[in-house]
Design a protein around this ligand. Structure first.
Ligand code: HEC
Length: 137
């Protein structure tokens, strides 16, 4: 018979335990919000691929504001450029000069801005990378 009197105490103990648990999980939710995984949406999906020297040099320049690998933007896509010019030393030389001096006429009226701060050797590395993107290679 004694147990009966204990029941209200047991129930209230459970009640407080439940409340305590409730507020605890609230705290956990608050802390997990600050532990969101890093936002990688701005990182290119190819970021883990090793970059060639030309690709690295281009990443430091403004090329990507006008060129994409697969799609025409302000300038032709790098795949289109690779399709137009065979990967010869002569073409590498000619296109490296074009990157440095800028100009228009080969793809349309829109001109590429000059890049007078880029050395000829660096420009050649970039062209070698661009021409390596040709679909037939
Ligand atoms: C302001 C926009 C712009 C920027 C920045 C730019 N380009 Fe261009 N690029 C163009 C345009 C427009 C053309 C097409 C020119 C033409 O019709 O002759 C072009 C053409 C080219 C060509 C082909 C040239 C030819 O005569 O066929 C190469 C190679 C090239 N760009 C590489 C680069 C590289 C490498 C960079 C970064 C260092 C770069 N571009 C930055 C707009 C740009």
């Amino acid at each position: 018979m004694k147990k009966r009197y204990l029941a209200p105490f047991v129930l209230s103990a459970l009640f407080f335990a439940a409340c305590g648990g409730g507020s605890k999980s609230g705290e956990q939710a608050a802390t997990s919000e600050t532990e969101q995984p890093a936002d990688n949406s701005m990182v290119s999906p190819n970021a883990n691929k090793p970059m060639t020297k030309g690709q690295e040099l281009m990443a430091q320049q403004d090329c990507k504001t006008c060129h994409k690998e697969e799609m025409k933007l302000v300038g032709p896509s790098f795949k289109d450029i690779a399709g137009k010019y065979p990967n010869t030393e002569e073409n590498v030389d000619k296109l490296a000069d074009k990157i440095i001096k800028g100009g228009s006429g080969n793809w349309g009226e829109v001109a590429m801005l000059p890049h007078s701060n880029i050395s000829k050797d660096d420009a050649k590395e970039m062209v070698r990378y661009i021409l390596s993107l040709s679909a037939n290679q």
